[in-house]
Write a protein that binds this ligand. Sequence first.
Ligand SMILES: C[S@@+](CC[C@H](N)C(=O)[O-])C[C@H]1O[C@@H](n2cnc3c(N)ncnc32)[C@H](O)[C@@H]1O
Length: 206
Amino acid sequence: MGRSDSSRRWLQRQAQDTYVQRAQQAGYRSRAAYKLLQLQEKDRFLRPGQTIVDLGAAPGGWLQVAAKIIGTSGTLIGLDQLPIDPIPGATLIQGDFHTAETMQQLTAALAGQSLDLVISDMAPNISGVSAVDQPRAMYLCELALDFCQQHLAPGGSMVIKLFQGEGFDALLQATRSCFRQIKLRKPDASRARSRELYLVAKDYYV
Ligand SMILES: C[S@@+](CC[C@H](N)C(=O)[O-])C[C@H]1O[C@@H](n2cnc3c(N)ncnc32)[C@H](O)[C@@H]1O
């Protein structure tokens, strides 16, 4: 299958996707905004005044949702390897989450504040070879969990995207060892054919 065939199919799917249309009408930068809204509707992890880091935040749909809910008294930091257009009230960092340099930038932006919530929609570029893609995706989840263990305040929450497959159970187990409440969610806005799920972990303990 040629690259142009798959691009054409992607464009067709986007045009037919009701969440793409709703996002455009509502002014969200991505249809992913609806995944966060649906997760929030169920699990209520976003609250006014929180300090939040959003990992893998481009183009910024989740940041738009989070900024609105936490309000001007909250602190919002978004990170992505891609550039993100400005979001009022958010500090944006461009960098690869794998690198020590990016971690230093994030730590500097936090200026010693502990986090109430870490959200991550990070997903690596898909090669189509699951033996390559799955470990890459799960490694990003492990890094996100490590980041939580360094920066979350006791009682804090983590919401991350993960993919069913190798490494999934181990990540759940590691999450259970430091959060008291764990839920797995598949929001309606997450495409049925995608192996992605969202892990909502609450009440972090050390
Ligand atoms: C599904 S998109 C996120 C969509 C976003 N939540 C929104 O609402 O607009 C996944 C993002 O993860 C980012 N990403 C993947 N690997 C990354 C890495 N190693 N460091 C930083 N960002 C990464 C990609 O660049 C991409 O923008």
